[in-house]
Write a protein that binds this ligand. Sequence first.
Ligand code: SF4
Length: 162
Amino acid sequence: MNSHLRYVCHTVGTLEVPDEISLIYTLSGCPLRCTGCHSADLRNPNLGRILDPVALAAVLDRYASLATCVCFLGGEWQPDALIKLLRVSRAKSFATCLYTGLEGVDDTLTVHLDYLKLGPFLPARGGLDRPGTNQRFIDLRRGIDITHRFQRHITQNPMFAA
Ligand code: SF4
């Protein structure tokens, strides 16, 4: 079994975590089989480059004044490796977020997280920005569900009116 995680890319975005500028890592090796998976190539655990704590720390030093949060898209399937990355992120004063297709994750992970997106992608229900979504976004620091923050821009923006 692999003892490390790999990533296919990292980008900076403001949509994934409300009120944060996130450095977003897309991790490979997802073992889930969501119906209608939008990124089936990410199921390959050998895709992309190894992301270890030393490499992450070097990137975070470069983004110290550009981002406020590190958001991992997946990685819960290697909890020990992910926790090491989350520890580095917090040590560098970044907030932390995990997007998972699971309905829940172990407390050994959540203690290292500030934000958590839960739930598989179901095409009929849509993502976080859909009113009927099955997915949830939790602000763990405040202990509240803030999924509605993803839907507000749709209802307020006439571009998205039905
Ligand atoms: S969690 Fe994401 S990458 Fe994994 S199977 Fe589901 S949609 Fe695909």
